[in-house]
Design a protein around this ligand. Structure first.
Ligand code: SAM
Length: 199
């Protein structure tokens, strides 16, 4: 059997993220996941939240990889992932009631982060929920020395990536009619941010 793509970080954080998703997502939600990666999150969340529909996605070059795990899971509420690069619109004709993305904003370029929020502003339904997991800076400061080291490592690997400023991301979110309702501090120096789109 073909080996599945695997991320130790996703394995470590999927349960703590699920516990917060359970508070914000409701039965019948149509969730779009951006930057699905290995599919470990998609499979875990779709299995534990069986009454919502989980549509995962990633950039075209990673969709086949992502689908290896999704196909193995064989779940009715977890269709095959679709190709979405946040820089290419329209993303999809669907209008999700919730959007989730983990560990993506510090990987993509600043222009891509802007397009991420523009796209969400267009497709997320009114009163919909946006949930974003990952590391952030506050008032220009890293939350921990280890995040500062992680930022250096990211930039050495790809100069366009890097840990984003919470305040800048908040401005982009406001431009997409999103209001922050929660900022949860998570293990391993990450945050889980929850926004609501205006009605
Ligand atoms: C560190 S991985 C995170 C994967 C997964 N969400 C997780 O938490 O394990 C970053 C992901 O961002 C995706 N990504 C990078 N640029 C993107 C873009 N322009 N549009 C959509 N996804 C992008 C990558 O393909 C990759 O799957």
């Amino acid at each position: 059997m073909q080996e599945l793509p695997f991320s130790q970080a996703s394995e470590n954080n999927k349960q703590v993220i699920l516990e917060i998703l359970e508070r914000h997502l409701k039965d019948g939600d149509q969730v779009l996941e951006l930057a699905g990666g290995t599919g470990q999150h998609a499979v875990h969340f779709a299995a534990n939240l069986p009454n919502l529909h989980w549509q995962s996605s990633d950039i075209p070059s990673n969709v086949d990889n992502l689908n290896l795990r999704l196909a193995r899971a064989k779940r009715a509420n977890l269709p095959a992932a679709i190709a979405i690069d946040v820089n290419n619109s329209p993303w999809t004709s669907d209008r999700p009631t919730a959007i989730f993305s983990a560990n993506s904003l510090h990987i993509m370029s600043a222009d891509s982060v802007e397009n991420f929020f523009k796209g969400i502003g267009k497709i997320l339904q009114a009163d919909g929920t946006l949930i974003v997991y990952g590391p952030f800076k506050y008032a220009g400061e890293f939350t921990t020395p280890s995040n500062e080291g992680f930022d250096r490592w990211l930039k050495d690997r790809d100069p366009v990536s890097g840990i984003r400023d919470f305040e800048w991301v908040s401005e982009l979110a406001a431009g997409a009619n999103l209001s922050i309702i929660e900022d949860n501090s998570m293990p391993a120096n990450n945050q889980l941010l929850v926004w609501k789109k205006s009605k």
